[in-house]
Design a protein around this ligand. Structure first.
Ligand SMILES: Cc1ncc(COP(=O)(O)O)c(C=O)c1O
Length: 471
């Protein structure tokens, strides 16, 4: 009996627009940001262009602060500099009441330059240089110790000082399904943290004042914070039972999700991103319930980054070429045939899809590795969206911003808006092949301010030197 050939199942994405007899749809579009026309922004400041909304930054900060402060008496946000350390962005958060969270000497200097006193800086990170630690100690920064080598360095620096140096420990924890970020800090699940606590208690030059954990980033499950908060309270009380002074603060790090969408995420962000209230509830309720009755609750620090800034950031870009993306027909031989047992061959039909080249590359959108930015045309389009490959402008095969974005047919010169891209892209963007673009902030009064100029040749070459024999 002859077998039917195997047919590979395929999943067809439905890019449904409203049904009408002319196959006309209304593709979603984004022609303005905070009331300012995308076209005028691109004309005035160049394309590509990062755009931030001051209104969105402030509203998100206030939403987050409200969510926590209505549930907990002593809350302090610390702006996570690495998420976006453009000074104007930092100033918005500092004006709103945030202190600074930094992970390097460079970021520390930046925060000091932004007027934040040392004792309002939380100093994280796995590598803090000797002179940076010295400065942080002198300025009474909140150092969160990452490893034993750092602890030893701080102990040495603390010798001969009249007062013990107050430190906190970074802790990593298992919180369920989520992969443990064990690169940073001490293990809170296997007793390691308590060994370090004992050592601190036995060192008169040191005083333990807090515990910190940052369980990861883009955590879509608020219950992971419930588990983390429970463990943090347990560790704090255990440390005190060993003889540590009362723990002054718990720092629950960041990690709350923005409205970005992961590559393999099925649900749209509107349906999958938990509200800030849910994170706040998980953390605040757990600590208040488990903290011994009658004792003042520890101060709660939060270092949330992406949830505050991602949704406020856009990248405007222009279509520079319209193409087709061809995929050749191919045949894949299944493993079974390698054993000569009837295996099979799967034929994938040739296809041809719409494709666009934009004037922005993945060097500006580092986060496109994990997330799919929404891409919207900047003008209303009547045709229904179809799956379109969106290439960046770099001469690199890997420069694909979206393998398939639902887009109407666009033409050279059309502008598109990518969103949300406010977290980690400006700080991680690299100068590669092209200049990095300007960044503007739309103020609450709709005035547009350049907060970072576009790079040019002299800026890019500023630090280069040509040895005289090559000149
Ligand atoms: C120590 C620390 N705090 C805060 C953050 C901010 O995280 P997120 O942007 O996910 O809120 C990070 C980022 O990884 C971090 O490493």
């Amino acid at each position: 009996m002859s077998r039917l050939p195997y047919t590979r199942p395929t999943v067809q994405r439905l890019n449904a627009g409203p049904v009408n007899p002319f196959r006309l749809g209304t593709s979603p579009s984004c022609s303005e940001i905070d009331g300012v026309s995308v076209e005028s922004l691109a004309n005035d400041f160049g394309s590509p262009l990062f755009v931030f909304s001051e209104k969105a930054l402030r509203e998100k900060y206030r939403e987050a602060h409200r969510a926590f402060s209505r549930r907990y008496p002593d809350v302090q946000f610390a702006w996570s500099y690495k998420t976006n350390y453009l000074n104007a962005i930092c100033h918005v958060f500092h004006q709103e009441g945030s202190i600074a969270e930094v992970v390097s000497g460079f970021e520390y200097e930046k925060a000091r330059g932004n007027g934040i006193p040392g004792n309002q800086i939380i100093f994280n990170g796995p590598y803090k240089q000797l002179h940076e630690l010295q400065r942080a100690i002198d300025e009474q920064a909140m150092i969160q110790v990452d490893n034993l080598d750092e602890l030893l360095t701080i102990t040495n620096l603390a010798k001969g000082r009249s007062e013990p140096v107050a430190i906190a420990l970074r802790v990593f924890l298992s919180t369920g399904d989520h992969t443990v970020w064990s690169k940073f800090g001490f293990n809170g699940d296997n007793g390691e943290v308590m060994q370090v606590v004992r050592r601190i208690i036995a060192t008169p030059q040191l005083r333990l004042q807090g515990l910190h954990c940052h369980i990861g980033t883009f955590i879509l499950e608020p219950d992971f914070y419930r588990i983390a908060a429970k463990k943090m309270v347990g560790l704090a009380l255990e440390a005190e039972s060993l003889g540590a002074p009362p723990i002054r603060y718990l720092n629950m790090g960041g990690g709350f999700a923005s409205h970005a969408r992961l590559h393999l995420q099925y649900l749209a962000a509107e349906h999958s991103t938990p509200s800030l209230d849910r994170y706040a509830e998980a953390i605040c309720d757990t600590i208040t319930q488990l903290w011994p009755a009658g004792r003042t609750l520890p101060k709660l620090y939060l270092e949330t980054g992406r949830a505050l800034v991602d949704d406020a950031g856009y990248l405007i870009s222009s279509v520079v070429a319209v193409k087709k993306r061809h995929t050749e027909a191919s045949t894949i031989h299944t493993a079974m045939s390698a054993y000569g047992k009837g295996g099979g061959a799967v034929t994938i039909a040739a296809s041809s899809k719409n494709a666009l080249v934009l004037d922005a590359g993945v060097n500006l959108l580092y986060t496109a590795t994990w997330y799919q930015p929404r891409i919207l045309p900047a003008r209303p389009c009547l045709d229904a969206p179809t799956a379109t490959t969106v290439y960046g402008c770099l001469c690199m095969n890997i420069d694909v911003i979206r393998e398939e974005a639902p887009l109407p047919s666009l033409t050279t010169g059309d502008r598109v808006v990518m969103h949300p891209v406010g977290a980690y892209n400006v700080t991680q963007s690299m100068q590669f092949i092209t200049y990095r673009p300007a960044v503007v902030l739309i103020g609450e009064d709709q005035q547009v301010h350049v907060i970072k100029k576009r790079e040019d040749l002299s800026y890019v070459q500023e630090l280069e030197l040509v040895p005289s024999h090559l000149a």
